[in-house]
Design a binder for this molecule. Sequence first.
Ligand code: ADP
Ligand code: ADP
Length: 222
Amino acid sequence: MTSLVVSDVRKRYGATRALDGLSLAIESGSITGIAGPNGAGKSTLMRMLAGEETADSGDITLTRDGARLDEPWRYVAVVHQEPQVWPNMTVRENLAVGRERSWFGRMEPAKDTATVLASLGIGQYADYQLADLSLAVQQRVEIARAIMCDAEVFLFDEPNSALTENESEALFATMTELTAKGKVVILITHRLNDFVRYCRRVLVLRDGQIRHEITGDVSEAR
Ligand code: ADP
Ligand code: ADP
């Protein structure tokens, strides 16, 4: 069970308050959606969680099974619509090199590659080059690499924009499994319908703050 807490985080760009005292708490167990209009601060929040941006003030804390994890960004993986993988390496190599270069892996014993790939239904592609695989499989490799690197928080940024309906459903099934395994899973998307179908909690960000929270049956909030 992992829990992510953001407390009163502020970030300015010149006169723009991109994050204006943002606070939220997200636990594993279900997919949490983050919605909001352009300019609300979603990307800034994401970059900050991933360690690509520092806060002017405020705290981000991550706990796993009650123990606080130092440097939360080490445990945050971002999954995009365009998988960021090495196209000329095999799946196996992508995982090995990812772990080797990761600043958040290496602390825990290596997981078994075959087991991780099998759990994502891509065991048969272990020795394929990424360039020869579909976008959906490449995205799974990205997820597998994050698991190998001991990620505890998975940020999915418009993850299914380029997927077929079937691939999209399979991806959400995988995301649900990650939450069931105790990972924090966050979905950022413009597709409101995905919030309705897959999220039991949606946070609405606006002007750098959480302005609304919808829980339970998200469709009833429409
Ligand atoms: P969203 O992802 O919800 O569209 P952003 O986090 O990209 O929102 O942006 C929040 C606000 O911060 C916007 O007003 C945006 O113009 C501003 N902003 C974001 N990044 C930068 C930056 N690197 N430099 C200047 N302003 C930025
Ligand atoms: P390389 O070590 O070749 O630059 P890596 O992918 O192995 O590339 O590592 C990326 C580097 O970025 C690491 O050295 C890590 O220290 C640094 N890094 C990434 N995010 C942060 C962060 N939030 N704070 C400090 N350093 C970071």
